[in-house]
Each structure stands twice: as structure tokens, then as C-alpha cells.
Design a protein around this ligand. Sequence first.
Ligand code: UD1
Length: 429
Amino acid sequence: MDKIRIRGGRALRGSLPISGAKNATLPLMAASLLTDGTLALANVPHLADIATMASLLAQHGVGIGIDGVAPNGGHAGRVMTLRAADITNTTAPYDLVRKMRASVLVLGPLLARAGRARVSLPGGCAIGTRPVDLHIKGMERLGARIELTGGYIEASAPHGLVGAEIIFPTVSVGATENLLMAATLARGDTVLVNAAREPEIVDLARCLVAMGAEIEGAGTDRIRVRGVDRLHGTGHEVIPDRIETGTYMMAVAITDGDVELVGARLELVGAVADALAPAGVTTEATPRGLHVRRTNGPLAGIDVMTEPFPGFPTDLQAQLMALMTTARGAAMITETIFENRFMHVPELCRMGANINVHHATALVRGVPRLTGAPVMATDLRASVSLVLAGLAAEGETILNRVYHLDRGYERLEEKLAACGAEVERIRSP
Ligand code: UD1
């Protein structure tokens, strides 16, 4: 398994490109199942999770192409075309769903287009139990019959889905996306109440509308969908990745650097910029993206709580914690979205951080410096928080289990090295 070696202490300087958003691309790819036309997605990132979704869709019968050929035989393209002329198989097997929870996003589109779907239950994962009950209950509200047998969601709607009002008891990004897609082809109107407002949902709605769907209110907590008989193909450009943006904002801050994040958009990371400002990190929009640098001397500790959009994202909580380890004073970080999302804490402490966790809150007392160490992470965002710590630490950090990073960060070591970091991938023989 590959490892990443980092020698800390170098400030990041220069410019760094932001990729297309993984969490926007995954539902957009699933939306290709809704039509027999061709969906062409531009600005698609090269990531393991995208490859997993492509494998899943391919076995449902979707023809997938990517422009551009890389010198090493892979692909260098950014435009992915997906065409589900015929859905040849409606089962999403355990082997693929277990690799990536977002696989459950095929449930709504398969039900809406093919009238049935058999999707493996994703099961638990490293950051908590993460059930899919809201997806299932929502599909039932749209008239689907659902049984849970043998670890699978067996869903059918032989006479098609029927629009309904769906009130979500909790805000769920995935459930909102799944039901939004399903509702586009349901008979009549659907209203999603307490819908998630994440930019990835707005991006999905924008693409669905370009495919012929009738949707109002995406980006608010009440989305109205008027079902149509069929959707058609379209072209769509994926929004920039706000989690990657926020991660590099914190990488710049932790190394006392000065970097332009090219392609980043301030409105996607408003809560992050607002939270970091009192810590002494300045974020300014430029014609090409965002300029991030430290101002006002040492970093100051700040208190942050994760929330659904437009609040501070849970997917940046681990990175913020790494940043706070060397801040002056204390920081209080509260995780409200996922249980058990503090697995990075013991590893950060092995690098010299002073962190105490009590239930969903971590108290981080800043230390003068971190020291490099061999570390290992259990999920995507925890892994990258250890990379940030390594960039600031004295000496060498070796990050194991790099495959977590490859799920969500495109060319991470190249992007950081181009800004002056001493970071390299050690490929396993
Ligand atoms: C998405 C993101 C993920 C991010 C998360 C929260 C993708 C591919 N993934 O995940 O990176 O961390 O949003 O911003 O976009 N819940 C239920 N029942 C359900 C569904 C969710 O109880 O049926 C709970 C979850 O356990 C969690 C909360 O709702 O506590 C929010 O989860 P959700 O927004 O659904 O996360 P995902 O869509 O899985």
C-alpha cells in the first residue's frame, strides 16, 4: 500500500488548482440513469470514488466514456459522458456499495426509470452507523414497495412513482438527492420539506432542470418538483470542490503560507472563511479564485460547531482540528452531524497535540509545535488532517493507508509540492 512522506516546516506559496467536487459528481453520475440520452459532465475529478461509481453504473448498463488519454495509459480527461440507453441490471451489489456509501444514490433513479431496484444496504462505516432510513421512507412516500431482505433494499414501483410531500425529520444530503432524482419522473408534484441546502444539491438540480426536470427551491429547505414523463441528455459543468478548497485554506494557514486557490469560489466556503477570520486567516476573492494567507501574527484558537450548509461542514472538522493544534490558546470543536468522527484525535496527539474529547466536543489546547510521526487514518477527512499536521510538524511524518486520501483528493502530493511542501508518495512495490 502506498504511503505519503512529509517533511514539515515549509510554508505553502504560489497557486494551487481546485478540482471539481467529488460530492457533486457522484449524484450527477447517478442522474444519468434517469434518461436514455447522453449526459456529458465536465470538470470531473480523477478519484477512486468516481471510479467506484463508474463501475457501479457500468454494471447497470450505462456506457461511460472519458475524453483524453494520459501518457501512463490511464485517462487525463475531465469530461465524462454517460449513456444509460437501456438499464440492463437493477441490482447494486454489496461489493461495490460497501466500498462507498454514496452508491445508494442509484436507488431513486433506478426506481423512477426502471420501476425497481435492489440495492445493498451500506452498513456501518468508520464515522458512525449512518443509516439510510430516510432514503427508504421517502421512496415509500412516493409509492414504492420496499422490503429489506438478505442485506438488500428490494424496492419496486411497477406502476411508477407518485408525487407526495416528504418531510425529513433530519437534514440529509444523500436522502434529499435521492428523492429529488426519483421525484423528477414521478406522476404529479413532490415537495421535499426540511431538504438539505448544500451547493451539491443546487448543482444536481441545475443539471436535472437542463435535462428537462421541473424543480423549484433547490438551495432552500423546501424543494418542489413537478414530475415529467421523460428526461433527456445534456451537458453540465461540475462545481468546484468546497471541501478540497477548505482543506487547502487550512493547509495554507497551518504553514503560515500565502496561496491563490485557483477555481475556488468564496460563496461555497463562506462559513469556513468567516470561522477562520478571527483565527487570523484572511480569505479574499480574486478574479481566478481565492487568495488565502495569515494576517495578524500567530493563529488564534476559535470555537466552531459543524452544521448542515450554510454552516461549517463536518467534512472540514478534522482539518480544522489539525489547524487548531498549534493555535494560541484553546479551541472548542463540536461535531453535530456524525457520531464517532474524532478518530483523528489519537493520531494528532501522537504528533504532540493536546486534545481532550468529551462526548461530541473536542477541546484543543494549542501547543508550540507538533512533531512528525508515523500515522494512520481511518477515513478520508481524518487522513488529510494528518497531512496538514505533518506539513506543520517538525521532522518527518509518514502517512499510512493513503487509499483513503485517494478517494477524495486529486493529486494531493503534486498540488502541495508545487507550492513548496516537501511531500512525496512512496509507492508500494
Ligand atoms: C454527505 C456527504 C458527506 C458529508 C455528509 C454531511 C456525499 C457523497 N457525502 O453524506 O461527505 O459528510 O453529506 O454533510 O455527498 N441520516 C440518517 N438517515 C438517513 C440518512 C442520513 O439518520 O437515511 C443521518 C446520518 O447518520 C447523519 C446525518 O443524517 O448523522 C447527515 O447525513 P447525510 O447528510 O445523509 O450524509 P450523506 O449524504 O451520507
